[in-house]
Design a protein around this ligand. Structure first.
Ligand code: ADP
Length: 500
């Protein structure tokens, strides 16, 4: 009997493979970063071939570190950076263009054109749950077809395939141009602007309007079922792939937010708060997205309200890579710890406009409140605080949409090792913030989806039973200070508008 389940986590900055045991503990990890390609301001690309190469390597690497072979692995789950779009040639397996990353804003003109048909940014909300924004995958595919010579004709002849990164990894893993499976799940498909959020089917009208031929789209299956075995050499050969969840939905699943009203916040490149709303789809009136949270086999889909924040951890990377103020991300805490507050400075990281709850494509980043007093320690603190302020604004929107105030926030992701940030988050939210023992909830969620499909875990109760708390941060800030900080932050945000 195989004792383990593996997850491939194809993230924005790196690709990881993690092997979990039945209690949900990490047995082995391997990870490789890939190149971030910035061809011009506002554009972000990845080399999809490099990512597939890295995927194979980390799968082999994780097995080697655990001193296991494929026969010990019951199933493989895939989770992925969402919306990032790749179009490839079905016959050769070669991408026709670099993958266009979720943060990329080059589709603004396409979005403006679609919005001008009537309804503006809200044009697609009823059918897809999404505002019309550069964030989503459909217009990215359209851009590739419009800008790569001959691509549209080849797509119309059925020669090209579209995929988000789950689909790209699965297709390659299950045989590539020799019979690879062309499949996605509703959590990923719900981020394209092409899927009807009620029926979970591609919508012919949306596809025609956005300009993506349906012949290039993958089949939408559930998030947890046996899709087929891995055929690629060296990487879990013959093991079934049986789970696909977009990274944020996977983290929600891995955090055991399985009941209506349970929410988590993942602190990675960006931040993503997801609130489980059950089988009922809640339409946001406050700038959040309605998205599919998961669909397990034949069971009805579960929905989530989502607050997506584009720039949080990547602001820390910016401090490291663009300003050289720190040499590693965790070093920001050493700087920030030298001071008790932000010294009046606020950093609003509207690098690619602002996502939830503002959805302002015209915003650009700003540092405000500068005086001769402000030093690099204050800036480091303001950078951390930016993540907490943005989260508070999203939680406020969620409370307004759901009518039920959040009482506790489960957190995970790369930034939750930062004590200053976590305490400030609890303070500014005025609710406790809790980190689980296994902070790798994204990979864990994908492993759960895969393991449930093959009977490795018998029910969602196993997921609840495996969840364990590591630490809770309790609010300790007085209401006055909190309100002052929030109103200063909101004022700072308005300074970024009407720039681009
Ligand atoms: P992703 O899955 O989006 O690639 P991760 O969950 O791996 O991201 O988190 C990485 C992000 O967290 C990076 O943007 C990095 O700058 C940030 N980060 C990592 N450690 C810390 C820390 N101790 N303090 C603040 N930010 C951190």
């Amino acid at each position: 009997m195989p004792q383990y389940v593996a997850a491939i986590d194809q993230g924005t900055t790196s690709t990881r493979c993690m092997i979990f045991d039945h209690s949900g503990r990490v047995v082995a990890v391997d990870q490789l970063e890939h190149q971030q390609i910035f061809p011009q301001a506002g554009w972000v690309e990845h080399d999809a071939a490099e990512i597939w190469g890295n995927t194979r390597q980390v799968c082999g690497g994780a097995l080697a570190r655990a001193d296991l072979d494929s026969t010990s692995i019951a199933a493989v789950g895939i989770t992925n950076q969402r919306e990032t779009t790749v179009v490839w040639d079905r016959a050769t397996g070669e991408p026709v263009y670099n993958a266009i990353v979720w943060q990329d804003t080059r589709t603004q003109a396409i979005c403006d054109e679609l919005g001008a048909l009537g309804g503006g940014a809200e044009r697609y909300r009823a059918k897809t749950g999404l505002p019309l924004a550069t964030y989503f995958a459909g217009p990215k595919a359209r851009w590739i077809l419009d800008n790569v010579e001959g691509a549209r004709e080849r797509a119309e002849r059925g020669e090209l395939a579209f995929g988000t990164m789950d689909t790209w990894v699965l297709w390659n893993a299950t045989g590539g141009n020799e019979g690879g499976l062309h499949i996605t799940d509703p959590t990923n498909a719900s981020r394209t602007l092409l899927m009807n959020i009620d029926t979970l089917q591609w919508d012919p009208e949306l596809c025609a309007e956005i300009g993506v031929p349906m012949s290039m789209l993958p089949e939408i299956r559930s998030s947890s079922e046996n899709y087929g075995p891995i055929r690629a050499r060296g990487t879990f050969r013959d093991v079934p792939v049986s789970g696909i969840l977009g990274d944020q939905q996977a983290a929600t699943f891995g955090q055991a937010c399985l009941e209506v009203g349970e929410a988590k916040n993942t602190y990675g490149t960006g931040n993503f708060v997801l609130l489980n709303t059950g089988t009922e789809k809640v339409e946001s009136k406050n700038g959040l997205l309605t998205t599919v949270c998961y669909k397990i086999g034949d069971q009805p889909q579960v929905y989530a309200l989502e607050g997506s924040i584009a720039v949080t951890g990547s602001l820390v990377q910016w401090l490291r890579d663009n300003l050289g103020m720190i040499s590693s991300a965790p070093e920001i805490e050493t700087l920030a710890a030298q001071v008790d507050d932000n010294g009046g400075a606020y950093v609003v990281p509207a690098f690619s406009g602002l996502f939830a709850p503002y959805w302002r494509a015209d915003a650009r980043g700003a540092i405000v409140g500068l005086t001769r007093y402000v030093n690099k320690n204050h800036i480091a603190r303001a950078v951390l605080e930016a993540t907490a302020f943005q989260t508070r604004e999203v939680i406020d929107a969620m409370n307004a949409d759901s009518g039920v105030p959040l009482t506790e926030l489960k957190v995970d992701g790369g930034m939750v090792g930062n004590e200053i940030l976590m305490q400030f988050q609890a303070d500014i939210l005025d609710v406790p913030v809790t980190r689980p023992v296994v902070a790798e909830t994204t990979a864990l969620g994908a492993a759960y989806a895969a393991g449930l499909a093959v009977g490795f875990w018998s029910s969602e109760q196993d997921i609840r039973d495996n969840w364990a708390k590591d630490k809770t941060w309790t609010p300790a800030m007085d209401a006055n200070s909190r309100d002052t900080l929030m109103s200063q932050w909101k004022k700072a945000v308005t300074r970024t508008f009407d720039w681009a």
